[in-house]
Design a protein. Structure first.
Length: 176
């Protein structure tokens, strides 16, 4: 099944979501302005991450992505995934972060909250890029929403973050 809602052409096969994004050379500072102008809330040290010397924009890089859905149930104390060391449930064991953090900005911009939650069935999509140190810990970007607002968040990798719901972990398939 292939769908396009907000400009992101994606498909889901056997519980894995596939799509691609293309970088456009936007700097971290430019992403801050661009995302805010589109009404996207930048939460939890996102601006620090985007302004880091380790945030490296590129131009014309196509990143093909697969998103693995992991459903976790608990009440803040239940099952969790330590994304900092790639401790994923089967069959995702051993996955590693290999894409650029700019992919998180590209996905957040292209993906509507309706698409994320209703169509893809996710409460959050975690972008598995190499973590970036913001001065407040190594952080990953995640696409989510809360209170009806689209959000891009940055959170500290591990130890063992608990979730309750279906979370998507976005990994790169290949880049060119």
């Amino acid at each position: 099944m292939s769908k396009t809602l907000s400009g992101l052409n994606w498909r889901e096969e056997n519980g894995i979501i596939y799509f691609s994004v293309t970088s456009d050379g936007t700097s971290g500072r430019e992403w801050i302005v661009r995302l805010k102008e589109k009404g996207i809330d930048l939460m939890h040290f996102v601006e620090d991450l985007l302004m880091s010397n380790n945030f490296k924009p590129s131009r014309g890089v196509i990143t093909e992505i697969e998103v693995m859905k992991v459903t976790l149930e608990g009440k803040g104390e239940g099952p969790s995934v330590d994304i900092g060391v790639g401790n994923f449930p089967k069959p995702y064991e051993g996955m590693t972060a290999v894409m650029s953090a700019e992919v998180g900005c590209l996905i957040r911009e292209a993906l509507s909250d309706e698409e994320l939650t209703k169509e893809m069935g996710l409460m959050m999509m975690i972008i598995m890029h190499s973590p970036i140190d913001t001065g407040n810990g190594a952080r990953y970007l995640a696409v989510t929403f809360q209170g009806g607002n689209p959000q891009l968040i940055a959170f500290v990798a591990g130890p063992r973050l608990p979730w309750n719901g279906t979370v998507g972990f976005a990994f790169t398939i290949s880049s060119n």
